[in-house]
Design a protein around this ligand. Sequence first.
Ligand code: DGY
Length: 418
Amino acid sequence: SQPLYDRAVEILARNDLGYYTVPTHGLYPFQWNWDSALSALGQSYVNEARAWTEIETLFVHQWPDGMVPHIIFHKEDDGYFPGPAVWDTGRAVPTSGITQPPVTGFAVRKLYERARDQPMARARAQTLLPKIHAWHDWFFATRDPERTGLVAIIHPWESGRDNSADWNAALSRVPTEDLDTSHRRDILHANPSHRPTNEQYQRYFWLVKHFRSLGWDTARLHDGSPFRVVDPGFNAILLRSCSDLAWLAKELGETEIAATAKTQAEKGLAAMDGLWSALHQQYLCYDRVLDAPIPCLTVGGLLPIFAGISPERSTQIAARLSALAERTTFMIPSHDPNTPEYDGERYWLGPTWLIVNYMIADGLTRDGHIDIAARIVTDSMKLIVESGFSEYYDPMTGAPCGGPHFTWTAAMVIEFLK
Ligand code: DGY
């Protein structure tokens, strides 16, 4: 409806700093990688040129090795920890030294396909194409040293699902670094019971200091990290981006990129099937250090439907989502409510996120699972009407959680309305 659309546009404007958008003022005062890519989708209906700029800014800060960092610290802000001095990556404009789900291949194809200004879209996509491809190549070179087809994350922050129970066992092997709660800024901006625990922060912090001690040489970090997890959700986003990049490259006459990106997607999708659990009827994370699956029921194991899996697996995921829908008020819980770890308000231990709803609904719709896709979209819009444009929501009560006036939530509302 028009009033919801108008409010979503207002939030994009409120968080727009000209050439990048903050996820929300206060809690996240810089540019975040996948927030920007997904927010550009909503922005493209409002101001097409501005949407391209959002993604281009990310790639201005791409590292020479191809990595696109998860945070770009465009301006100083004491309201966030760990800031640029802790990361100490030595970049002219400071950035973090780890990455985030690479959703730009998907986003840029969408921007291109829906462009009203075709010549602009063609020119800007053409420039972004090799940069996105270099990022994908970096993943397969540094995060898949044994060439399995799937990449590992080396820090929970890379997943975007920071405190997911998927990481608990692997993270418990990471030492704690002395860090008392007085350093944390997130719990000044958001309810501490909606955020990761202090012990988790101590381990997050240890990993950052460890990677810093390795000189941020990204080729050394995978083998040098005690935390190496293959996340089906993260890989689904990467593989979808590879497929979409292959499509775009073909469209733009870049045949070499098209061929490589297509091979990356196909090889990864074949390997993804190795993460399927017949017992749990979903995909599971895989601990590369222990060489063992992680039997944990999170939304990371449902996200592969976004990537383009086989019809059989797609039907199984749709069935699993329908079963979840029977016992959930607002789809999709990020963690199965029937498990002891579930916590409906704590970040990724249960809450519903509109960006996940969007990606899963996209895959379901493409594969013809219309009813469950419609349920997910309806629930998403109900959350907005009842609880506003929050970072995430309690899947049972619909209570707004995390930060307010959230950019990518607003962007997803625009996507659902269009
Ligand atoms: C945070 O600070 O909570 C972010 O998720 C890290 O990127």
